[in-house]
Design a protein around this ligand. Structure first.
Ligand SMILES: Cc1cc2nc3c(=O)[nH]c(=O)nc-3n(C[C@H](O)[C@H](O)[C@H](O)COP(=O)(O)O)c2cc1C
Length: 210
């Protein structure tokens, strides 16, 4: 089917102001739990957007590995393109739970999580992923797949018989939200949208036109 003729009607119950929890993180957790229960693939996947030195946005998917009162934690190579771009200021992320006709958007500031927190998460990863974190110079050009495999092989030998420590160039970032938006698809593109904005006194909530 042509892209222009693809059309999904969003027959959902909708989202009302009274449905929303006053704390957007609690609201996010509710929607996350519903996405997980509905069998959405990788419901913790978020498209993370950063800006480069020229002010041009860049986006890629990462997995949220923590969501608590501080915000969202994700892990990555600290020398990657995204990590360099994160030095330019804040970031935004969108969780697209398309099976539920929902998206949750988050904007905020970025900070590194503590070494202890990164160590704890790194230690919980499968060994293959730990080796991969050492071996892959994420975002750098490499000649071919064989080069990557050689890097993995030499890293595997280097750590043979010992626990793999966290590489100094790998760790976690916290996206600390200053705004959220919850979007629920409705028929005829008359969707429900609510934006939470952080103010001195707490979170302001507004309905937005679709
Ligand atoms: C489902 C999915 C999950 C991913 N999770 C992560 C992640 O948690 N951390 C990460 O560094 N890259 C993750 N990636 C890869 C990134 O999208 C991206 O290719 C990589 O981080 C390099 O991005 P950069 O060059 O902009 O830094 C994931 C990709 C997909 C499709």
């Amino acid at each position: 089917m042509s892209l222009r003729d693809r059309r999904v009607q969003y027959e959902t119950a909708g989202l009302d102001r009274s449905d929303l929890h006053p704390d957007p993180m609690t609201q996010w957790k509710r929607w996350y739990d519903e996405a997980e229960s509905a069998g959405v693939t990788e419901p913790n996947a978020m498209t993370l957007s950063t800006i480069d030195a020229d002010g041009i946005p860049d986006s890629r998917v990462v997995l949220a590995r923590g969501a608590d009162e501080r915000g969202f934690v994700f892990y990555t190579n600290l020398e990657s393109t995204k990590s360099r771009q994160l030095e330019n200021g804040g970031a935004s992320a969108v969780f697209a739970w398309l099976d539920l006709h929902r998206q949750a958007r988050v904007r905020g500031t970025i900070e590194r999580v503590s070494d202890a927190e990164s160590d704890g998460y790194f230690a919980s990863r499968p060994r293959g992923s730990q080796i991969g974190a050492w071996a892959s110079p994420q975002s750098q050009p490499i000649a071919d797949r064989a080069e990557l495999e050689r890097l993995v092989e030499s890293t595997t030998q280097r750590f043979a018989g010992v626990e793999v420590p966290r590489p100094p160039y790998w760790g976690g970032f916290l996206l600390r939200p200053s705004s959220f938006e919850f979007w629920q698809g409705r028929p005829s593109r008359l969707h429900d949208r609510f934006r939470y904005t952080l103010t001195n006194g707490g979170w302001d909530v507004q309905r937005l036109a679709p």
